[in-house]
Design a protein around this ligand. Structure first.
Ligand code: HEC
Length: 113
């Protein structure tokens, strides 16, 4: 009999705890502040680069190099876009580093193997 009482006490405690848990349902917390959205390279390209390179990178206005065949690496593209080269204007005052990186990444997507 004593054992049964103990069992009941434990069972009640567990049940109480379980009940408390489900009722302490706090509104699901928002995920920690998301990283700032990455700039849209395609949008930047359409805004700043199509005038010379064309929508597909192969227009070549003002002697613009063909981006569908360019063999430049990501770093080299970032350098050309940031500082400009020849007839290409530098973008360091128009775009921030993240935007330059995003548009350089997009220019790599234009590449045709
Ligand atoms: C005023 C016209 C013009 C605009 C606008 C322009 N470019 Fe250029 N781009 C050029 C020219 C001209 C060259 C070739 C430079 C040279 O003769 O050395 C070039 C070269 C490049 C190259 C090097 C290609 C290679 O293989 O050497 C990359 C990459 C490039 N541009 C990307 C961009 C991106 C990305 C943008 C937009 C942010 C952009 N360009 C905007 C004219 C332009």
């Amino acid at each position: 009999m004593k054992q049964l009482l103990i069992f009941c006490a434990i069972a009640t405690a567990v049940w109480a705890c379980g009940g408390a848990e489900s009722s302490s349902d706090t509104p699901s917390s928002q995920p920690a502040a998301a990283a700032p959205a990455k700039p849209d390279g395609k949008k930047i390209y359409k805004q700043y680069c199509v005038t010379c390179h064309g929508l597909y990178g192969d227009m070549g206005a003002s002697g613009a190099f063909n981006l569908t065949t360019s063999a430049l690496t990501m770093e080299e593209r970032i350098a050309v876009i940031t500082k400009g080269r020849g007839a290409m204007t530098p973008f360091e005052n128009l775009l921030d580093a993240d935007e330059i990186e995003a548009v350089a990444e997009y220019s790599l997507e234009l590449k045709v193997e």
